[in-house]
Design a protein around this ligand. Structure first.
Ligand code: COA
Length: 195
């Protein structure tokens, strides 16, 4: 993982630019995250109670992306900037599970999702997880491409996993045990390096 990736800098057409920074999700972000949930996941969006329960549960680690730098100040003024992406991980002591990744539609395709996923995988490596697992809707081409380019492999199919949408999910896995046993840690074949 490079220094730029660790700081949440994302790539645009002109090279690496500090478009967004990553920071831990705070309770003050709840309303904005729930707004993005509804936009991104529709009927399957988390409610306030679901999000609160999720964040209070053991082993969770959530980050958000917010615009930063001169461009963001021009657009949003000098105050706080709106959250444009979020992602979460659950570590159970052995494997880590990607709980969610979401990016504001107007910020998609600018590397925010990759930066968030890189942060989750990096955190899983720090926790010495043996693998990172996730579920993704079988028709979610954008997410499937994001995960596959990050090195995740399809390992199974969960029928009707997503409700109320009634859609199947692929289970995907990124093996971290090789990096762990060889001691390569963050410098192993990480998400950002694979892109
Ligand atoms: C999936 C999602 C998080 C990707 O976020 P993003 O910021 O647009 O992704 P990035 O710009 O970092 O793209 C990284 C890679 O993901 C893939 N990707 C992203 N959007 C894609 C799209 N619309 N079509 C195909 N591939 C796409 C590409 O491989 C891309 O690499 P590339 O730009 O070099 O081709 C975003 O589309 C999203 O929020 N979708 C709705 C919520 C969701 O489905 N979350 C995943 C739940 S499992």
């Amino acid at each position: 993982m490079t220094k730029d990736q660790r700081e949440g800098k994302v790539r645009d057409e002109d090279g690496y630019t500090p478009v967004c920074r990553l920071r831990p999700l705070a309770s003050s972000d709840f309303d904005r995250v729930l707004e993005l949930e509804r936009v991104l996941f529709g009927a399957g969006a988390w409610t306030y109670g679901m999000l609160a329960d999720e964040l209070a549960a053991l082993g969770r680690w959530y980050v958000v992306a917010e615009p930063t730098g001169p461009d963001a100040s021009v657009v949003y003024g000098p105050g706080p900037k709106p959250v444009v992406g979020y992602a979460g991980l659950w570590f159970d002591g052995d494997v880590a599970q990607v709980m969610t990744v979401g990016v504001d539609p107007s910020y998609q395709r600018h590397g925010v999702g990759r930066a968030l996923l890189t942060a989750l995988v990096s955190r899983a490596r720090e926790l010495r997880a043996s693998a990172v697992l996730l579920e993704v809707r079988v028709d979610n081409e954008a997410a499937l491409s994001l995960y596959e380019r990050a090195g995740f492999e399809r390992i199974g199919l969960r029928r009707r996993y997503y409700q109320p949408e009634d859609k199947d999910a692929f289970t995907m896995r990124l093996d971290l045990s090789a990096a762990r046993s060889s001691g390569t840690g963050d410098d192993g074949p990480g998400v950002g390096d694979a892109a």
